[in-house]
Write a protein of this length. Structure first.
Length: 249
């Protein structure tokens, strides 16, 4: 079998007496959505932070595309293609969807003589930005200010930015949060296709979305993975039902 895109081995992280990540091993393979579920405080966000590089693990290994990325900073990991959307959006709301993507692409290229030329006239920014909007189905919304996009469309725009920056895997921490049922359904349909672009590690509380999308599910409880398996395996796992789904075993 091909090497996983992302491979986490024996990761540990404590905050004082709280063991937030207690020897977590899991991987993410090309083309899949791997959902990470578990009760509040289980350590899901802490795990995502360690993969993205915003929190340093105490021990363990994080391999991405065959490389140990444990000592790299957030920006270096992003440059290698680790894409992340943030709970707090980093979009410029007054600017159009297209301009947001173009500015991100420009920012990633570092300083140059570009500022002599208006950003919006720069074909070397505009073409990859439009291509990214097309890949997420937002091409027809390119001229709309980010502020006027729906909640779900803003998530799609953030993902377009990640794609334009060359993301090879996505880390999504509760992308459905704050959405109504219609928004969740639209985002579910979108994520369903997105796995073709790059595999997704998906932290999500919306179990309907998780069961509809996940190729595999890992269940995290008190910083430990208590089970990994298909939707059917997880739904029928008595330990999981007791510990998380709130049903007697
Ligand atoms: N920066 C921090 N400092 C201290 N404790 C933290 C910090 N971040 C998370 N924790 C603790 O680690 C545990 C896991 O939290 P978190 O990863 O946010 O869980 P989840 O995302 O699954 O709800 C919790 O007990 C939380 O209180
Ligand atoms: Mg969380």
């Amino acid at each position: 079998m091909a090497e996983p895109v992302l491979d986490i081995r024996s990761l540990k992280k404590s905050f004082g007496a709280v063991v937030a990540t207690d020897g977590v091993s899991l991987d993410l393979r090309e083309g899949e959505i791997h959902a990470l579920i578990g009760p509040n405080g289980a350590g899901k966000s802490t795990l995502i932070h360690q993969i993205a590089g915003t929190i340093r693990p105490d021990s363990g290994e994080i391999r991405f595309l065959g490389q140990d990325i444990g000592t790299l900073g957030v920006a270096e990991r992003a440059r290698l293609g680790l894409g992340r959307t943030f709970q707090v959006s980093s979009l410029a709301h007054e600017f159009s969807a297209l301009r947001n993507v173009m500015l991100a692409v420009q920012g990633s290229q570092g300083s140059s003589f570009r500022f002599f030329r208006p950003v919006m006239d720069d074909a070397s920014l505009k073409e990859p930005a439009m291509a990214a909007l097309e890949r997420v189905g937002l091409a027809n919304r390119a001229g709309i200010p980010a502020a006027e996009l729906s909640h779900g469309e803003r998530r799609q725009l953030e993902i377009a930015i990640a794609l334009a920056l060359g993301s090879r895997a996505f880390l999504l921490d509760e992308p459905m949060a704050g959405m109504g049922p219609e928004g969740s359904q639209a985002l579910t349909a979108f994520l369903d296709g997105l796995r073709q672009e790059a595999p997704i590690l998906l932290v999500e509380h919306d179990m309907e979305a998780v069961f509809a999308l996940a190729d595999r599910i890992s269940v995290l409880v008190y910083g430990r993975v208590i089970a990994t398996g298909s939707v059917e395996e997880i739904r029928n796992n008595p330990t999981v039902r007791e510990a998380y789904l709130g049903e007697p075993a």
